[in-house]
Design a protein around this ligand. Structure first.
Ligand code: DX5
Ligand code: ZN
Length: 220
């Protein structure tokens, strides 16, 4: 069964604690938290203290997506704040292997992400140490953008590389996921789908999550 990681980016930032609890009750598997620094991406969201302040409002895993230039510099703060999975971009300025090793040394799951223009093969040398790879299906920085179906080739390649090497790595897609796009993502091999506007923008988030899970199931 595909997992849904509801993205707080589309939620109400003045009610983050309550929204984390609501989304857990609505059946989201993970809570996706988009951290942007206004440098790696042209937008600023929130940092570790905000994440720490909502950590006890829900039990679901905190899936922290760092869209920042220096993930190694701040990784410790986000892990201390309660990140269960910490994703950073291969295009960032931090040394990739060292950052992965640091995250793992803190008993946190390390994940690497690729922007749309970055070939998926760039993550292959690190796969043995990763719990997840995030294939962006929009340009990172903003919610509510259109899903890029071309990225499915990358998901398929990643899936077959993991299978060939017998690796159990989660494959996450992020951007433009909705009941109408989740099918092709699931079919291509995604195991975790981030959804922001499709969940928080829905009149009934529980129904929206169910609908996406069902759409994914019928395509797997
Ligand atoms: C975009 C973020 C996404 C965003 C997805 O840079 O990484 O997690 O919240 O939003 P939707 O689901 O609305 O495309
Ligand atoms: Zn994200």
């Amino acid at each position: 069964m595909i997992k849904i990681a509801a993205s707080m980016l589309a939620g109400d930032f003045s009610q983050m604690g309550a929204q984390a609890a609501m989304i857990e009750k609505a059946g989201s598997d993970w809570l996706h938290l988009d951290v942007m620094d206004g440098h790696f991406v042209p937008n600023i969201t929130f940092g570790a203290p905000i994440i720490a302040s909502i950590r006890d409002k829900a039990k679901l895993p905190f899936d922290v997506h760092l869209m920042i230039s220096e993930p190694l510099r701040y990784a410790g703060e986000f892990i201390d704040a309660g990140a269960d999975i910490l994703t950073f971009h291969i295009e960032s300025e931090s040394p990739v292997e060292e950052t992965i090793d640091f995250i793992r040394s803190k008993d946190c799951v390390a994940a690497l992400s690729v922007k749309p223009a970055t070939p998926i093969e760039t993550v292959f040398p690190y796969l043995d140490k990763l719990g997840m790879v995030l294939v962006m299906t929009v340009e990172p920085g903003f919610g509510g953008q259109k899903f890029m179906p071309d990225m499915m080739e990358k998901v398929k390649k990643l899936r077959s590389e993991c299978e060939r090497r017998g690796l159990n790595v989660e494959i996450q897609v992020d951007g433009g996921i909705s009941p109408s796009t989740i099918g092709v993502a699931a079919q291509s091999g995604a195991t975790v789908c981030v959804a922001g506007s499709a969940v928080f923008g829905a009149a009934d988030p529980e129904k929206a999550i169910k609908e996406m899970k069902e759409a994914a199931k019928s395509c797997q």
